[in-house]
Design a binder for this molecule. Structure first.
Ligand code: WT7
Length: 651
C-alpha cells in the first residue's frame, strides 16, 4: 500500500486516555494481554469458566485438523440455561433482562430473567409439540420484539439450530435460506412497525414457503400488529399456528438437555458477495465463551449497567451482542423496535438511564447530519461507554460521538469483527487503551491478528496490507453450512495457516491497527493504491459534507479513478456553485493530488443495505455508466433512481 494512502488517517494525533475511575475498576487490565500471550488456551479455558457446564471439557482446543476447530472438547452445556436459568437460580430472577421499547410510543414491556425463563421454556415445549427435535433447523423471520429472543433461546434449548433472517429481506431471500438449511419450521409475526406504520411480514413467509415446496411443515406466528393476514390453520390442513395458542398454554417447566460443546447453535447467512449467500455456522461452547467474555471485557460490563445495542437481531451483532453475550452475562438491556428517528434514541437513553451504547458509524453520521441540537436537548449523563461497529469509523464521527453523545467523558470502543468471527476481535479495552479516533487499536487478549503483504509477510509498523488472524479463537465459524470446501477456499486458501479476513489494514508507528475497508474496495490509481475509506474520511472532514461514498471506476489512463458521491449537511444548503472544486481541493489537501476525485456527485441519499452498509457496487455502476445492477438488498430501492437523476447534472 502506498504512503499516499496512509497520510490522512495517520496524521490523526488526538488521544483519549481511559477515565481514571473506569481504569481503576476495569474488568480487564493490561496484564490480561501477557497472560493470554503466555498461554492462550489456558486463558480461554478460564474465560469458559464464566459459563455453567453440564460436563467440563477435557481439552480446550483441538486444532489437529485445521481449519476445522473444536473448542472445549468433551464439554456439554445448554446455551439457553446459560442465558436465563442460571441467573434465576443465582437469585437474579427479578432483574430486568430486557427493557423492550416498541416503535409506537408508550408501547413498552419490561421482562425479568424469571419471566424470560418461563417464556423460553413454554416456547421450547411448544416447538417440541410441533415436532422440532435436536438438530432440526428453524428459520426465524421477525421484527425486533421480545418473542424473537425467546424463539432463539427456545431453539438453542432444544439444540435446534436457528437461522434468523432479517425482517427486511425479501421472500426470495428467505426462501433460499430456508432451502439451504432445510428448515421445517418458520417462526414469524403478522407484521412489525416500520416508521410509524404496520408493515406485513407473514405474506413474505407465505410466498417463501410456497417457493420451497413441501419443506416447511409449520409456521408459528406471533400476533404483533393485528393486521389482516391470510391464514391457513391446522384445522384446514394448513401450516399456520398462532404463537399465543401454542406457547401461552404450554408448560413453563422444561427440562433442558446438555448439548455437546460443538453442537451447532445457529446459521447466519451473509449477503453482499456474489453468488449464493454463505451460511456461517456457529457452535455452542466456544461461541458463548467468546461472546460472553468480550461483552464483559470490551464494554466493562458491571452488574448495574443498562446496556443498549441498537443492531437488529437479524444480523450477527444482534446475535452476539444483543442476544447471547449480554444474556449470558445476566445484563439488563434495552431492545428497541424502531430505526433511528430524530430524538427518539436520546429519549430512550434518558428514560432508561442507558450506560453503554453500541451502534454503527452510519447511524452516528446520520445524527451528525441532523445537528447536535437534537441530542443536546436530552439528559444523557447516564452514559459511560460508547461502542462502534460495522465499518471503519472516521475520526470526525468518532470525535462527534465522543463529544456530543458521550459528553466528552465516555471512552469510544471501535470494535472490529465479522459474522465469521462471531466475537469482537480487535478493539480498545476501555480501562487500558488510550483511544485514537479512527483506530480499532489492537487484538484483544487471546486473539492474534497481523497485517501481511501479498506473500503473507508481516508488513511491520508504519505499513499497510491485509488483515489476517493467526490463531483459532473460540467463537470462530466452524464451516459454511453444508460446504466445507467453500469454507476452506474463502478464508484459508490464500495463505497457509492464516485466516484471510478480506479487510485492508495498516499498522501505525505504535503497532496499532487502522482498518481501511474491504480489500475489494481498494482502488488502484496510476499504480497507487488508495483506500475508499480514507478518501471518504477526508471528504466528511469537510464542514459541508455529511456522508460520502467513494468507488474506483475504470479509467483508460490511470487504471482506476476516484469517484465520490457526497451528501451535504443540511446547514450547507446546496453547497454553492463551486462545491465540487472545493471538495476536490480539500481531498488533495488532506491526502495528496493522487486521491483527488475525478468526479464528485452531490446526491440526496446513498444506497445502503438494510444493515446500513453502503453498496458501492451500485455506485460503481453509475460511475462507470453501466446499467445499475441488482438493487434488491437496498433498504430503499428508489435511492438509485434519485442518484441517476443527478448523474445527468454531474460535471
Ligand atoms: C465487515 C464484517 C461485525 C458485525 C457487523 C458487520 C467491516 C466491521 C468494523 C470496524 C472497520 C469494520 C469489515 C468486516 N467492519 N467492524 N470496527 N472497523 N471495519 O459484520 O457484515 O460480517 O461485516 O465489516 O470490513 O470485514 P459483517
Amino acid at each position: 500500500m502506498s504512503e499516499q494512502t496512509l497520510s490522512n488517517l495517520m496524521s490523526e494525533d488526538r488521544r483519549f486516555e481511559p477515565p481514571a475511575d473506569l481504569a481503576a475498576d476495569a474488568n480487564v487490565k493490561e496484564e490480561a494481554y501477557d497472560r493470554a500471550d503466555s498461554d492462550r488456551e489456558a486463558f480461554w479455558g478460564e474465560a469458559a469458566e464464566r459459563l455453567d457446564w453440564g460436563q467440563k471439557w477435557d481439552q480446550v482446543l483441538d486444532w489437529s485438523n485445521p481449519p476445522f476447530a473444536k473448542w472445549f472438547v468433551g464439554g456439554t452445556l445448554n446455551a439457553s440455561v446459560n442465558c436465563v436459568d442460571r441467573h434465576v437460580e443465582a437469585g437474579n430472577g427479578d432483574k430486568v433482562a430486557i427493557h423492550w421499547v416498541g416503535e409506537p410510543h408508550d408501547d413498552t414491556r419490561d421482562i425479568t430473567y424469571a419471566q424470560l425463563k418461563d417464556e423460553v421454556s413454554r416456547a421450547a415445549n411448544a416447538l417440541t409439540e410441533l415436532g422440532v427435535r435436536k438438530g432440526d433447523r428453524v428459520a426465524i423471520y421477525m421484527p425486533m420484539i421480545p418473542e424473537v429472543v425467546v424463539a432463539m433461546l427456545a431453539c438453542a434449548r432444544l439444540g435446534a439450530p436457528h437461522t434468523v433472517v432479517f425482517g427486511g429481506f425479501s421472500a426470495d431471500a428467505l426462501a433460499s435460506r430456508i432451502t439451504d438449511c432445510e428448515a421445517h419450521v418458520v417462526i414469524t409475526s403478522d407484521g412489525g412497525y416500520r416508521r410509524g406504520a404496520a408493515s406485513a411480514l407473514k405474506p413474505a413467509v407465505d410466498e417463501a414457503v410456497e417457493k420451497t415446496g413441501d419443506l416447511v411443515r409449520h409456521v408459528l406466528v406471533v400476533r404483533r400488529t393485528g393486521q389482516d393476514i391470510e391464514w391457513n390453520g391446522r384445522e384446514e390442513g394448513g401450516r399456520d399456528v398462532w404463537w399465543h395458542d401454542a406457547v401461552d398454554g404450554a408448560s413453563a417447566e422444561h427440562e433442558p438437555e446438555m448439548h455437546d460443546s460443538e453442537h451447532p447453535l445457529y446459521v447466519m447467512y451473509t449477503s453482499g458477495t456474489t453468488g449464493k449467500p454463505k451460511g456461517i455456522l456457529h457452535t455452542t461452547g466456544g461461541y458463548l465463551t467468546g461472546t460472553s467474555y468480550t461483552h464483559w471485557a470490551v464494554f466493562d460490563l458491571k452488574d448495574d449497567d443498562v446496556y443498549w445495542c441498537t443492531a437488529d437481531v437479524g444480523w450477527v451483532t444482534g446475535h452476539s451482542y444483543m442476544a447471547y453475550g449480554p444474556l449470558a452475562n445476566g445484563a439488563t438491556q434495552v431492545m428497541y423496535e424502531g430505526t433511528p428517528e430524530k430524538g427518539r434514541w436520546w429519549q430512550i437513553v434518558q428514560d432508561y438511564k442507558v450506560t453503554i451504547l453500541y451502534t454503527a458509524p452510519t447511524a452516528i453520521r446520520t445524527f451528525m447530519k441532523q445537528g447536535r441540537e437534537i441530542p443536546d436537548g436530552y439528559d444523557m449523563s447516564s452514559l459511560r461507554l460508547l461502542g462502534s461497529v460495522g465499518e471503519p469509523i472516521n475520526p470526525e464521527a468518532y470525535v462527534w460521538y465522543r463529544e456530543v453523545i458521550g459528553g466528552d467523558r465516555c471512552p469510544v470502543v471501535d470494535t472490529w469483527w465479522q459474522t465469521e468471527t462471531g466475537q469482537i476481535m480487535i478493539s480498545p479495552l476501555p480501562g487500558v487503551t488510550a483511544g485514537k479516533p479512527g483506530s480499532a487499536m489492537k487484538a484483544l487478549p487471546g486473539i492474534s491478528a497481523d497485517v501481511v503483504d501479498d506473500d503473507a509477510k508481516p508488513v511491520g509498523n508504519g505499513n499497510g496490507g491485509y488483515l489476517v488472524l493467526k490463531e483459532p479463537w473460540p467463537a470462530m465459524l466452524r464451516t459454511l453450512w453444508g460446504d466445507d470446501q467453500r469454507f476452506k477456499d474463502t478464508y484459508w486458501s490464500r495463505w497457509e495457516g492464516l485466516y484471510f479476513a478480506g479487510d485492508g489494514a495498516k499498522l501505525d508507528d505504535d503497532g496499532d491497527i487502522w482498518l481501511l475497508g474491504r480489500v475489494d474496495d481498494v482502488m488502484n490509481v496510476s499504480g497507487h493504491r488508495l483506500s475508499t475509506t480514507e478518501i471518504e474520511s477526508a471528504l466528511v472532514s469537510h464542514p459541508k459534507v455529511a456522508e460520502a461514498a467513494v468507488v474506483g471506476a475504470a479509467d483508460e489512463t490511470t487504471g482506476q479513478a476516484v469517484c465520490a458521491f457526497v451528501i451535504l449537511r443540511d446547514s450547507a444548503g446546496d453547497g454553492g456553485e463551486d462545491i465540487v472544486e472545493e471538495l476536490r481541493k480539500h481531498v488533495a489537501k488532506e491526502i495528496g493530488a493522487i486521491a483527488k476525485p475525478r468526479q464528485i456527485m452531490v446526491v440526496p441519499e446513498l444506497p445502503k443495505t438494510r444493515s446500513g452498509k453502503i453498496m458501492r457496487r451500485l455506485l460503481k455502476d453509475v460511475a462507470e455508466h453501466r446499467e445499475v445492477g441488482d438493487v434488491t438488498t437496498l433498504a430503499d430501492s428508489t435511492v438509485m433512481d434519485l442518484i441517476k437523476t443527478k448523474e445527468g447534472s454531474a460535471p
